[in-house]
Design a protein around this ligand. Structure first.
Ligand code: SF4
Length: 293
């Protein structure tokens, strides 16, 4: 295997195997990766145009029982600073944002077992009804699994009820790194890689669109990154439900994980992730930048 032969393979639009991808990730120069990624970007999206949405990222609760060690957000019930907002309070928040031009609301919270399933449904129902120009991009896979646990409905049933209420789009958060070796260390209560993929698969089957995310820059290796990208590439082949891939680096402040990571991710690593994912994810139309990447 040589870089030159793999570059030719990429330029002739052939798919890299995981072994080839790993070789490229470990050995390619950033400028070579960037050049190849740029060719693909213009092949897939010929217009020299970058699109964006004006969105807002509110949270309805910070109470969570999953205890991810990379998370600086969650609180346990009764802990100082915990909150859970009512649907009315969230709708007020959404309306203020919409008045300022927001067209998408990315809503996520902790996994709070005290919240009944009806709350989530009402949130969608009222958003669709009271803010018809806004796209509800609500609830990560962990929250959807949590809804299944509090309601007794299966994951497909939960998703179908959200769909019937008018939701069409799901955020790709909660994937972190789809390698169970890493997940066991950073989020052992959150479920396996297969759990995340399963919620996404069921959602895509119904017709939902979602993003796929990746949080790198902690305990993962290059092998884990390729495993992650391979998992979402395979799922994309099934239903083409992912609209975009969104990588971001771990933000260490105020987290237990901060104390055990070998080093912080650099801006160069971010550029490498953007370029490599563009090359490896040959069935994704878009790579999405994130304001906190
Ligand atoms: S599930 Fe979400 S809110 Fe809960 S600890 Fe993990 S990252 Fe934080």
């Amino acid at each position: 295997m040589t870089l030159d032969s793999l570059y030719q393979k990429i330029q002739s639009q052939q798919r890299l195997t995981p072994e080839e991808g790993l070789f490229v990730l470990k050995n390619a120069e950033l400028l070579d990766l960037g050049g190849l990624a740029n060719e693909i970007r213009f092949r897939k999206n010929p217009e020299p145009r970058v699109t964006f949405v004006i969105d807002t990222n509110p949270n309805y609760t910070n109470i969570c029982n999953i205890d991810c060690i990379f998370c600086a957000f969650y609180r346990h019930p009764g802990e100082k600073g915990e909150y859970t907002y009512t649907v009315d309070q969230m709708l007020e928040n959404f309306k203020r944002a919409a008045a300022q031009g927001v067209t998408t609301i990315l809503l996520q919270g902790g996994v709070n077992p005290a919240i009944p399933f009806e709350y989530y449904i009402e949130m969608v129902q009222r958003t669709v009804k009271e803010l018809p120009a806004v796209t509800p991009h609500f609830y990560s896979t962990s929250e959807i699994i949590g809804m299944s646990q509090v309601s007794g409905f299966t994951i497909p049933q939960v998703l179908q009820k959200l769909w019937n209420t008018g939701q069409r789009s799901i955020p790709g958060g909660g994937a972190e790194i789809l390698s169970d070796r890493v997940k066991k260390k950073i989020s052992h209560l959150k479920g396996t890689s297969a759990d995340w993929l399963n919620v996404m698969r069921e959602a895509h089957k119904i017709g939902f669109k979602s993003t796929a995310t990746m949080m790198y820059g902690h305990l993962e290796t290059d092998e884990d990154i390729v495993e992650h990208l391979e998992s979402i590439r395979q799922l994309q082949d099934e239903h083409h439900g992912f609209t975009a891939f969104v990588p971001w680096s771990f933000k260490p402040g105020n987290t237990p994980l901060e104390k055990i990571i070998p080093h912080y991710a650099t801006p160069t690593r971010y550029l490498q992730m953007l370029a490599f994912s563009r090359i490896y994810l040959d069935n994704f139309a878009h790579i999405q930048a994130s304001w906190f990447s």
